[in-house]
Design a protein around this ligand. Structure first.
Ligand SMILES: Nc1nc2c(c(=O)[nH]1)N[C@H]1C(S)=C(S)[C@@H](COP(=O)(O)OP(=O)(O)OC[C@H]3O[C@@H](n4cnc5c(N)ncnc54)[C@H](O)[C@@H]3O)O[C@H]1N2
Ligand code: MOO
Length: 401
């Protein structure tokens, strides 16, 4: 049996990062992964400018006199004249500092005596005060975002602040999915003896687009070798990766293994983790394949813990491993297990401290646990947990590292 770390390491060292890219307008790039760094052609801000509405002047002049002539008016967007010596310029937030000025006095520390005359009442004016310096945020030729960065709202703002209109990003991976099992009914069908509803199909149909990938859902495939081989072939032709649930165990109704062996190659493991023991990884005529177990909680957990980092890395993302948060346990785990346990858990706050609590039923068929929870807490192999022990919590929507 492979340990969790060995299995994850194996997957992550076998990823071929996509090379397919496209150029899109910044406004359409939210959630996309940069395929090249973004380098600034300009300084931001492009010129020294005022942080306040007030008066720009030279601090030297204040040493002699605190009543100054107002020699020009500089709104934001204007191009100022050099400042006439011994005078002040009326200036507004964001407007360029005129040549010859080295300080801005905010309006509240002045008194307008006449239309063109101002008295400075500021107590301790200091040269440089209230001025934003050219390039203070971004210097020309600086790399502002690295290749592999996933674009968030604030990133789009930063790219726009350098005047760049388009970015080169990776094309979203296409993931084909299907679920196996003759016992599966689609929602809306009448319940039948011995049958259950196909929950995994809709879990995958949510997880995949949520991460920014394109989903090709091939639905349910009947439990025969022929049907499984046909579905595999079709999936591999139309997609970058194939992800399935079910059929990875050892029974003779499990056709994933023989199907892949006919079409490509297969690594099939028992992973020392709970839920999610059986996991299949291989290729179908060169297209990567990940076979998740059929138990709904196991499928959800193995997608999050294995498929997600694998797919994010393949998509070109530099952050693909989930980052844990270390919190105190608000539960006891008294029976050590030999498999690493990923218990469905959620964060709670008590007296301004964060804790993790776990769902009382941790069975791999109890999908309610995944809805109640907002992450996994790790129970290391052969360990017990006492109330207040520090535990690693992986939020379902974890920030990656
Ligand atoms: N002899 C052994 N039997 C099993 C082992 C083992 O080591 N030796 N491992 C168990 C573990 S752990 C798991 S997990 C499952 C994985 O089995 P499969 O991937 O082959 O999955 P199935 O047998 O098809 O289904 C398992 C379970 O999940 C239900 N299921 C399947 N697909 C769906 C779906 N789309 N939506 C909702 N529920 C689904 C299915 O009805 C079964 O109850 O194997 C154990 N057995
Ligand atoms: O690994 Mo199974 O996922 O324990 O139910």
């Amino acid at each position: 049996m492979k340990t969790f770390d060995e299995a994850l390491h194996h997957l992550l060292t076998h990823v071929d990062i996509t090379t397919k890219t496209e150029t899109v307008p910044v406004g359409a790039a939210l959630g996309r992964i940069l395929a090249e760094p973004v380098v600034s052609p300009v300084n931001v801000p492009p010129h020294d400018n005022s942080m306040m509405d007030g008066y720009a002047l030279h601090s030297f002049d204040l040493e002699h006199n605190n009543i100054l002539e107002v020699s020009q008016r500089i709104p934001a967007g204007a191009q100022p004249e050099p400042l006439k010596a011994g005078t002040a310029a009326r200036i507004f937030t964001g407007a360029p500092i005129p040549e010859g000025a080295n300080i801005v006095i905010m309006q509240e520390e002045t008194e307008q005596l006449a239309e063109n005359q101002v008295k400075i009442t500021a107590q301790k004016p200091k040269a440089g005060q209230n001025i934003r310096i050219v390039g203070e945020d971004i210097k020309a030729r600086a790399t502002i975002l690295k290749q592999g960065h996933k674009l968030r709202a604030q990133d789009l703002g930063l790219i726009t602040s350098i005047g760049t209109a388009e970015v080169k990003v990776y094309l979203p991976l296409t993931i084909a999915t299907f679920t196996t099992g003759d016992e599966l009914l689609e929602p809306g069908q009448a319940p039948q003896p011995g049958k259950i509803f196909n929950a995994n199909r809709y879990v995958l149909a949510g997880l995949i687009p949520e991460l920014g990938f394109k989903l090709l859902d091939l639905g349910r495939v009947e439990d025969t070798l022929e049907a499984t081989v046909m579905a595999m072939k079709e999936a591999a032709e139309i997609a970058d990766v194939v992800v399935t649930t079910g059929g990875v165990s050892v029974g003779e109704e499990d056709h994933i293994k023989p199907a892949i062996e006919q079409l490509g190659s297969l690594d099939m493991w028992k992973v020392k983790m709970k839920p999610g023991k059986p996991l299949a990884y291989g290729d179908i005529q060169g297209t990567p394949f990940i076979g998740l177990p059929g138990n709904p909680v196991s499928a959800f957990a193995t997608f999050n813990l294995f498929a997600r980092p694998y797919l994010l890395k393949m998509q070109g993302a530099s952050a693909y491993k989930a980052k844990p948060v270390w919190l105190k346990a608000d539960f006891e785990w008294t029976k050590p297990g030999f498999r690493r346990e990923f218990a469905r858990a959620r964060l709670i706050n008590k007296n301004q401290q964060s804790f993790v609590e776990i769902y009382p039923q941790q069975g791999s068929g109890v999908l309610t646990s995944t809805v109640w929870a907002d992450g996994f807490v790790v129970i290391p192999e052969d360990n017990v947990i006492r109330q207040g022990d520090k535990v690693a919590f992986y939020p379902f929507n974890a920030v990656n590292e």
